[in-house]
Design a protein around this ligand. Structure first.
Ligand code: SF4
Length: 356
């Protein structure tokens, strides 16, 4: 299997994703290579992503010859909804099929005045986090930029609303598919694309240190969320074994530099798991990790994952974590899990044949 983000895995995207495989720069090169003026790139992006066109025939302001060339050489696909489930809280989960038959899940979370789309960046995931349903699948392939933007467009259309926020927190590790994820965020951010503000576009990583440094150097103000889940090395190694080579101390100093360089506050995700990371010693370690760095801790009682013995702690314990952090002047929120009843919450996306 090729490494996610490697030249081989990225090259294989070109054949399966058609025109959706390209970044903005690559689309620009394509347009120029076809003998067209550069302004056609913006028109093409507006059709592909701003309007979510499902065929080149719709692109009425592009010359017919160009449309024919594109259709022949760079096929245009949009994902197909295989199944959909709606939660009691209004959250909707979608199972989508891509051009090559690969399937991914996407979640739409409505709140007053907002629509947040949680999109996938890979089919499956290679990271193997112990508490995560997606991690049990292994990695099939990484997604192309347009396959990510399409997820957001599809959900927005289904809700009949504009996506105000998008989070790369579905299936996959976005930083194992860095270039495609950044290209997708740029289409989402672009006025010709989805027009979502950079600060409303979030990359959620399990904490790949080298890529956090890369994100800090990008010009856009994308938001960073890091899955911490424990500030005790031995516990974190158990929960996230593929990160055992990336010490917490180094993660902390990278986050410190990230905050200083960007002035932005990363979120630290902490899935509370009873008798795993909810002890007093775990709380002390979490407090020590957060002291002195810019961060906001999101405490999320563990979602039920099929076939897992792990459970969320009692509510009083979760509240005790929140209060202890706030008392130590660490910003913290105790989150509720949206869409948990349809297995649409974090760590529950497993691409079952049937959704819900
Ligand atoms: S939590 Fe995220 S990084 Fe870890 S296995 Fe699940 S999808 Fe992959």
């Amino acid at each position: 299997m090729s490494q996610p983000g490697s030249a081989r895995s990225e090259a294989s995207l070109i054949s399966s994703a058609g025109v959706k495989a390209y970044s903005l720069e690559q689309l620009d090169e394509l347009v120029v290579s076809l003998g067209q003026p550069r302004f056609r790139t913006r028109q093409l992006v507006a059709w592909l992503y701003g309007k979510g066109a499902s065929s080149y025939d719709e692109m009425s302001n592009l010359p017919a010859a160009l449309r024919a060339q594109l259709a022949e050489q760079h096929p245009l696909f949009v994902p197909r909804v295989v199944a959909k489930a709606t939660s009691n809280d209004g959250t909707r989960k979608y199972l989508l099929e891509l051009a090559d038959g690969a399937r991914v899940e996407t979640v739409g979370i409505p709140t007053p005045g907002r629509l947040t789309v949680c999109f996938s960046t890979q089919v499956g995931c290679a990271m193997g986090c112990a508490f995560c349903a997606t991690g049990t699948l292994g990695l099939t392939r990484s997604l192309a930029p347009g396959e990510m933007v399409d997820q957001v467009n599809l959900v927005a259309r289904d809700f009949g609303a504009r996506a105000t926020n998008a989070v790369a927190m579905g299936q996959g590790e976005p930083f194992a598919n860095y270039n495609a994820t950044l290209a997708a965020l740029r289409f989402m951010n672009s006025a010709d694309g989805l027009g979502v503000g950079a600060r409303h576009l979030t990359v959620s990583t399990c904490g790949i240190i080298s890529q956090i440094r890369r994100l800090a150097a990008e010009p856009e103000q994308f938001t960073l969320a890091v899955s911490l889940h424990s500030a005790v090395q031995a516990t974190r190694n158990k929960l996230m074994p593929s990160l055992a080579e990336q010490p917490l101390e180094q993660l902390r100093s990278t986050l410190d530099s990230y905050g200083q360089k960007t002035g932005r506050r990363p979120s630290l995700e902490y899935a509370l798991i009873h008798k795993v990371n909810d002890s007093d010693a775990e709380l002390e370690a979490l407090l020590a990790f957060c002291q002195g760095i810019l961060c906001h801790v999101n405490l999320i009682p563990l979602n039920l994952v099929q076939h897992s013995a792990w459970q969320a702690p009692p509510r009083t314990r979760a509240l005790a974590f929140e209060q202890a952090l706030q008392k130590a002047h660490v910003e913290a929120s105790l989150r509720s899990s949206r869409g948990a009843d349809i297995a649409g919450a974090c760590g529950q996306l497993a691409t079952q044949q049937e959704v819900g």
